[in-house]
Design a binder for this molecule. Structure first.
Ligand SMILES: Cc1cc2nc3c(=O)[nH]c(=O)nc-3n(C[C@H](O)[C@H](O)[C@H](O)COP(=O)(O)OP(=O)(O)OC[C@H]3O[C@@H](n4cnc5c(N)ncnc54)[C@H](O)[C@@H]3O)c2cc1C
Ligand SMILES: *[C@@H]1O[C@H](CO)[C@@H](O)[C@H](O)[C@H]1NC(C)=O
Ligand SMILES: *[C@@H]1O[C@H](CO)[C@@H](O)[C@H](O)[C@H]1NC(C)=O
Length: 420
């Protein structure tokens, strides 16, 4: 039975699940509403690991996505003079290895754009006609959700109302779908802060920067990365556990205030200061947030379901957010294809099948964070020794290349009619 569905958010998993759902049944009416007026293609590198490459392969998109991947050759940890303290190579997919670089890394913007383009292309091939296609609405959001026996009555920011059989909240860490469906209290309580504030932006590449990522620990609980790989610009990632009231408040204010708050915290950093401060002030893709995990007791209420960061953000520190959201898209679409006449049953099974993946990807605590962000110069010195030792051990005992069997844990869904 075809369903009339609304997906909130055209980030990574919104377009992905739209494609999976349409392929399983081209008669579905699939609307994606994105708050931003164009695709929001900012962000830095994201990892495609664990199940993510397998799902993209099943969708027939892996080769295309691989061609867009950046070629980062590893990570170098440096002191304030830029001297190498430790080096970690890139990991192959399926390999467990200490380091930053996975086999497949892609700029978030390229990933979002590729999935969006693929969904447009597929829609051109599979759409049945008006009301049986994928349809994007940009520059709008939802303002209320009312559930009844008939379905979910959604009000949009332009005042329009429409009834849907299912609403999928793929609107990220700060999900409004979550807040509207579960209430402000439950939604707020689901955010478990890691006590880390992050800013991501691009800066001009400098000569001889090479293809390694560089990482640096600065006094006052700051961690800084530059990541260039083979791109014409360098990505900068600034993390701090030094929380100022101004920083905390800035997220509810303006991007300008976020920039100022980060400048205040980072102005005395002891590595690449001028370059990074200039990027904080002037970059055109600045994005900042408080890192945390979303932990919900349930992923759906009635006919509203959460997908990706909105329901189970593991935090960028795990490098598994994209993996988890693609597993979610695959399982949710699979269960809806299998039990289409019983939407609530499908949502229940989706949730049951997701818990083990969510649990595994969220293995991380604010304790770990405290440890990773030494405060004093002495603490940094000790950390440098530890990192050095770890890099030597990793070099002496390279992990044998294990067969990548992450796909074995994915349920099979012939109902999705995937090419592979
Ligand atoms: C701008 C941005 C930059 C990021 N940068 C990084 C990064 O550098 N490294 C990293 O590891 N992770 C980053 N992330 C997070 C990463 O994209 C996710 O962890 C992961 O890919 C899961 O994606 P998702 O589709 O669940 O959510 P997201 O990728 O966050 O996508 C959510 C989408 O929903 C839209 N949206 C939000 N609220 C509403 C609303 N009320 N109505 C309609 N649409 C709405 C957003 O504009 C966005 O397009 C970033 C996310 C964003 C939004
Ligand atoms: C990375 O290298 C591969 C193979 O050499 C290439 O196909 C790809 O385009 C490169 N990525 C970028 C972003 O240049
Ligand atoms: C399909 O969705 C669009 C947008 O939400 C809506 O305007 C249209 O009426 C829907 N069509 C059907 C047949 O449900």
């Amino acid at each position: 039975m075809p369903l009339n569905m609304l997906i909130v958010g055209a980030g990574v998993c919104g377009p992905a699940i739209a494609m999976l759902l349409q392929r399983s049944n081209p008669r579905h009416n699939i609307t994606i509403v994105e708050r931003s007026s164009t695709l929001r293609s900012t962000g830095q590198q994201i990892d495609l690991k664990n199940q993510a490459p397998h799902i993209l392969r099943k969708m027939g998109l892996l080769d295309e996505i691989k061609a867009l991947c950046v070629n980062e050759t590893g990570l170098e940890v440096v002191d304030s003079a830029g001297k190498q303290i430790a080096y970690f190579g890139a990991a192959a997919s399926g390999e467990r290895r200490i380091g930053l670089t996975s086999e497949h890394e892609i700029m978030r913007g390229d990933m979002v754009q590729a999935l969006y383009d693929a969904s447009i292309k597929q829609n051109a091939e599979l759409k049945v006609g008006p009301g049986q296609e994928i349809n994007y609405i940009f520059g709008k959001t939802i303002t209320s959700l009312d559930q009844s026996a008939q379905g979910v009555d959604v009000t949009f920011s332009d005042g329009r109302e429409h009834l849907y059989d299912l609403v999928i909240g793929a609107d990220g860490q700060y999900s409004r779908t979550r807040r509207l469906a579960f209430g402000q209290e439950i939604s707020d309580a689901s955010f478990k802060s890691l006590g880390v504030h992050a800013a991501y932006f691009s800066i001009p590449r400098i000569d001889g920067e090479g293809t390694l990522a560089r990482g640096h620990l600065a006094p006052g609980r700051k961690m800084i990365y530059t990541r260039t790989s083979d791109r014409p610009v360098t990505g900068a990632l600034l993390f701090t556990m030094q929380e100022t009231p101004r920083l905390k408040a800035s997220y509810k204010e303006s991007v300008e205030n976020q920039r100022k708050a980060f400048v205040e915290v980072f102005k005395d950093m002891d590595w690449q200061t001028d370059r990074l401060i200039s990027g904080l002030k002037n970059s055109d893709d600045f994005y900042a947030n408080e890192l945390g995990q979303i932990k919900m007791d349930r992923l759906s209420t009635g006919r509203v379901v959460l997908l990706g960061d909105s329901g189970y953000c593991p935090s960028p520190f795990t490098g598994l957010g994209t993996n988890l959201c693609l597993v979610g898209a695959y399982v949710l679409a699979g269960e809806l294809a299998r039990q289409g006449n019983d939407v609530k049953g499908a949502l229940k099974t989706y949730e049951e099948k997701m818990w083990p993946f969510i649990y595994e990807c969220q293995q991380f605590s604010s304790r770990t964070m405290e440890f990773l962000f030494p405060s004093s110069r002495l603490g940094i010195w000790a950390m440098h020794n530890l990192i050095w030792a770890m890099s030597k051990v990793a070099g002496l005992f390279p992990q044998p290349q294990k067969r990548d069997n992450h796909d074995e844990r994915l349920p099979e869904y012939p109902e999705l009619k995937l090419p592979i």
